[in-house]
Design a protein around this ligand. Structure first.
Ligand SMILES: [Fe+2]
Length: 314
């Protein structure tokens, strides 16, 4: 049946759209997928927090936590770079940034499943010349309460896999995007433990797939080795015959969606936007609301309304 567009319902629809835009809801995209028959799951995926103490940013994190709680999600996934610049800082310098992040983390009511980002490593390569930490992942693990930086879990018939995409190197890039051999072997075993049809979501800080460099720097521009997972094919080969409906990615601070061989790859913007300077390539400070149902996925990027206060010269 064709619905008649009257002036009255046109005005009502317009009002609803304006309310949505005023609330920071600019996009809602839905597509078909083979989900779980056990029920729908509502996820908040936030990434690239870059917590620190400067420029009133703890107030931004408080505002983000309030907006996340208002969504009443079933579970929350954090995509890494929870703090800023841990990699080149000593433990003492990074501690107040972790304190700022944990204020937000503790305020969020739903269970949070974090992935590690490059900034979350502490004292991997201290800029002051002091010795690197024995285990630069130790602070991330202690603060989040995780045993490992790669793990999987299940919820309402969905399988979730969290990967550690950071490889510390001594070269000019300091780290590469890489899923190490131990994880590749673990991922094969982990995926073998669930049926081929199990709807699966993979989380990785550094993207497996992105068009960011060809879109922003020209079609033939390659991504640097510290901006994408260089051995992405190792992972894509494992998942290619499986029902991986989503790959949630961070690191690039833009919102982006790519569909490849039945899997949707999302880069989920950033809580800090352009490193606390506002929007980055049109993506404001925000997070993702994702609903997984039996036959489709819905994705929406939510601007939580922070106005950047970082001075221009910093
Ligand atoms: Fe990052």
């Amino acid at each position: 049946m064709t619905r008649l567009i009257t002036r009255r319902n046109f005005i009502c629809q317009s009002a609803a759209w304006l309310a949505m835009l005023a609330g920071g809801r600019t996009d809602r995209i839905a597509w078909s997928a083979r989900g779980s028959d056990k029920g729908a799951v509502r996820i908040i995926f936030y990434t690239d927090v870059h917590a620190r103490q400067e420029w009133d940013t703890p107030a931004a994190l408080d505002k983000a936590a309030t907006a996340i709680n208002a969504e009443n999600a079933d579970l929350v996934i954090a995509g890494g770079d929870l703090i800023t610049d841990g990699f080149q800082s000593t433990g003492a310098l990074a501690a107040p940034r972790w304190d700022a992040y944990m204020m937000m983390h503790r305020r969020i009511r739903a269970d949070i499943y974090p992935a590690i980002g490059n900034h979350d490593l502490v004292a991997a390569n201290p800029a002051d010349g002091s010795l690197p930490a024995k285990d630069p992942r130790a602070v991330f693990l202690a603060r989040t309460g995780l045993e490992k930086t790669h793990y999987s879990f299940d919820a309402v018939g969905y399988h979730f896999v969290v990967l550690d995409s950071i490889q510390i190197t001594g070269d000019q890039y300091k780290y590469h995007g890489n899923i190490n051999r131990e994880q590749i072997e673990w991922l094969k075993r982990d995926m073998a433990n669930v049926s081929m049809n199990t709807p699966t979501v993979i989380i990785t800080h550094i993207p497996l797939l992105t068009a960011f460099y060809s879109a922003s720097q020209g079609a033939t521009s390659p991504a640097p080795i510290n901006r994408v997972v260089a051995n992405n094919i190792d992972v894509l080969n494992i998942i290619k015959d499986r029902n991986v409906i989503l790959v949630l990615q961070g690191h690039l601070h833009v919102k982006e969606m790519i569909r490849w061989q039945g899997t949707t790859f999302i880069v989920g913007g950033a809580i800090c936007g352009k490193w606390w300077r506002g929007s980055w390539f049109g993506t404001p400070e925000g997070f993702n609301s994702i609903t997984l149902t039996g036959d489709h996925v819905e994705w929406e990027y939510i601007d939580y309304g922070w106005q950047a206060r970082r001075p221009k010269h910093k």
